[in-house]
Design a protein. Structure first.
Length: 281
């Protein structure tokens, strides 16, 4: 199965009431575990390369590895740039063979975010790629308080205008999540999500998935979220299991590498089931 743009699967998820997970990846062993889970679960999935990874010296080789894995997968896999920092970086990612890009202009003044997102959309659409953008700002879990987050929440009226003026294919919204480990228990503003969904027809995206409860995931997906981004939990789980494996009497180099693969396989499988993506390929 060739690599595919995420958009058709996101549209199916949106109408089917489930979500496609988007897993960031930083190295090969975890990626192998991720692909094993995708096959186990027969689930359409999005694999993501974070913005700074695209600037790393091995970026082109790592992207080629992920592309190769996706091309031999038997289920649809999209490969997206996560939090693209500039128009140029989005161009670079598509030249490296990624299928889609997220452009993150969420820290820019609104008009600049609109102008840059529109440019990315024109360029990416010409190459057959879909574009996700962020409106409002999803902050960091280490600074988290629900009240402080509110300052960056997505304004539904602005979201409607943003989607219309940019032509973006999917929209990341700020409704209470944050990236990384949460300093305080996360809360979601589901009424705000409902209002955004009323005004915006493109698939909606939730970043900062790690640390939400199963009930919160289910409510967000029922409320219209069609893509959920997760990484921190995958990294923490693999890290904990590596530490435990290193303490085993027969610990070895290969028991460590197997542990990373197994941790990603199990944890990605868990999210594929939880989000309802399993069996949808
Ligand atoms: P977490 O690492 O908090 O799960 O967030 C992932 C994310 O949103 C990447 O874009």
């Amino acid at each position: 199965m060739p690599l595919v743009s995420a958009l058709p699967e996101l549209i199916k998820a949106q109408s089917g009431g489930y979500a496609i997970p988007c897993f960031d990846t930083f190295e090969m062993l975890g990626t192998e575990g991720m692909f094993a889970a995708i096959e186990d679960k027969r689930a359409p999935t999005i694999v993501a390369l974070y913005a700074h990874s695209v600037e790393a010296p091995n970026a082109k080789a790592f992207a080629a590895f992920i592309r190769t894995m996706a091309e031999k997968a038997t289920v649809p896999v999209a490969f997206i740039l996560d939090h693209g920092a500039s128009v140029e970086q989005c161009v670079k990612a598509l030249c490296y063979g990624l299928t889609d890009v997220m452009f993150d202009g969420s820290k820019l003044p609104l008009e600049e975010n609109i102008a840059n997102t529109r440019l990315v959309v024109q360029m990416a659409h010409a190459m057959g790629a879909a574009v996700e953008a962020e409106l409002g700002h999803v902050g960091l879990g280490r600074d988290y308080s629900f009240e402080a987050q509110r300052k960056g929440f997505t304004d539904p009226a602005v979201a409607e205008r943003f989607v219309e003026e940019t032509g973006v294919d999917a929209l990341a919204v700020a409704i209470g999540t944050a990236h990384g480990v949460y300093k305080a228990a996360p809360q979601l503003d589901l009424e705000l999500l409902a209002e955004i969904k009323r005004r915006v027809s493109v698939p909606l995206v939730l970043h900062g998935g790690s640390g939400l409860s199963e009930e919160q995931f289910r409510a967000a997906i029922a409320g219209g979220i069609a893509k959920v981004n997760v990484f921190t939990d995958l990294g923490l789980t693999a890290g904990r299991q590596l530490v435990a494996a290193a303490g085993e009497p027969n610990a070895s180099y290969f028991s460590m590498t197997d542990t990373v693969r197994a941790a990603f396989r199990a944890r990605c499988g868990y999210y594929l089931d939880l989000f309802g993506a399993s069996g949808k390929a």
